[in-house]
Write a protein that binds this ligand. Structure first.
Ligand code: ATP
Length: 234
């Protein structure tokens, strides 16, 4: 079998003495859109933090194009082309929309994404490019967070609960932009509590429960019952 873009194998993760992930396995091919679902505290954010180097992992527990990257620093992992849209967005509040976007471009990786391309994807950001990030609505802030990650021209974009706390109509407008994001071979991991949303955008689903993968399968093939059992443990 050809090397996956990202492989996670037997991944454990800890916060001091507390073990948050237990032997997680995951395989993501180039161009895949993968959904990770699970209840509060299941370990979704921890998985994202581990892949991006904020939490340590054994070198071979995370492989990028066949190379173990588990011990690398956050900046080294970002330079490989792995970008995170963090839960809660974490924008620089006093900087303008455009300054926040430009921070994402610091990595100077070559690729299709530029300020003008982000503004084409989310036109409202161009209109509001000079206002501080805090002056934006939650949905617009989420667009900036996605744009900032894209400015790094990543090969893999991981989006952690991008719909959290947003109105349904805003969530729809953000999800409507996804095909324009992943259309060019960009690989994506979408972390979601909204199961229907997760299924609608992904080809494969992983469900976490108490730090373990409780279900994986093709998004079009997993049944409602299987997901309920894997998600809630009932
Ligand atoms: P949520 O949907 O609430 O974000 P999640 O699936 O992303 O949930 P994590 O945030 O990864 O879950 O949390 C997994 C486990 O690790 C939980 O039991 C949580 O309490 C614990 N945890 C998360 N962050 C820390 C931390 N900084 N220190 C200690 N324990 C933590």
């Amino acid at each position: 079998m050809a090397d996956a873009l990202l492989e996670v194998e037997g991944l454990d993760a800890f916060y001091k003495d507390f073990q948050a992930l237990y032997g997680v396995n995951m395989r993501i091919g180039q161009g895949d859109v993968i959904a990770v679902i699970g209840a509060n505290g299941a370990g979704k954010t921890t998985l994202m933090r581990t892949v991006t180097g904020f939490l340590k992992a054994k070198p071979d527990a995370i492989r990028w194009k066949g190379r173990g990257i588990g011990g690398l620093r956050v900046d080294q992992i970002a330079a490989l082309g792995i970008a995170l849209v963090p839960e809660g967005r974490l924008l620089f509040p006093s900087l303008s929309v455009e300054e926040n976007l430009l921070i994402g471009g610091q990595m100077k990786r070559k690729g299709p994404w530029s300020l003008s391309r982000i503004y084409k994807l989310f036109p409202v950001l161009q209109e509001r490019r000079n206002v501080p990030a805090t002056a934006l609505s939650g949905g617009q802030q989420q667009m900036v967070a996605i744009g900032r990650a894209l400015m790094a021209n990543p090969e893999l974009i991981m989006m952690d609960e991008i719909s959290l706390g947003l109105a349904p109509v805003i969530i729809k407008s953000i999800y409507d932009a996804l095909p324009g994001i992943v259309g060019e071979g960009l690989t994506a991991i979408v972390v979601e509590q909204d199961i229907a949303k997760a299924l609608s955008v992904s080809s494969r689903l992983y469900c976490l429960q108490e730090g373990r993968v409780s279900l994986t399968g093709l998004s079009g093939e997993v049944s409602h019952d299987e997901i309920s059992r894997a998600y809630f443990g009932v």
